[in-house]
Write a protein of this length. Structure first.
Length: 89
């Protein structure tokens, strides 16, 4: 009897991981990563394993030496200039 429905491990792997690249413009609520044990949230990023953008802006990554791991990659969102002016006013 064959298996009906569901995801195979072959196709599930394609849905995990990073969803945006560095320098890409994103809107608030955009999914940046799924099952992100490798990536940590930075400024203007919400979540623990499913990382989402908190505001509109540009994505950038930083790498830092970790205590137990070799390197920890942090995802940040640089807000757009229009949002900064609105917050100051």
């Amino acid at each position: 009897m064959s298996k009906v429905g569901g995801l195979t491990s072959k196709f599930y792997r394609e849905t995990r991981g990073i969803k945006v690249s560095g320098g890409q413009k994103v809107k608030a609520g955009t999914v940046l990563t799924r099952n992100g044990d490798r990536w940590k949230p930075g400024t203007h990023v919400l979540g623990r394993t499913l990382l989402t953008a908190d505001c509109d802006g540009e994505v950038y990554f930083t790498k830092k030496r970790g205590k137990y791991k070799k390197a920890v990659t942090t995802i940040h969102v640089k807000p757009q200039a229009a949002e900064i002016k609105k917050k100051k006013a």
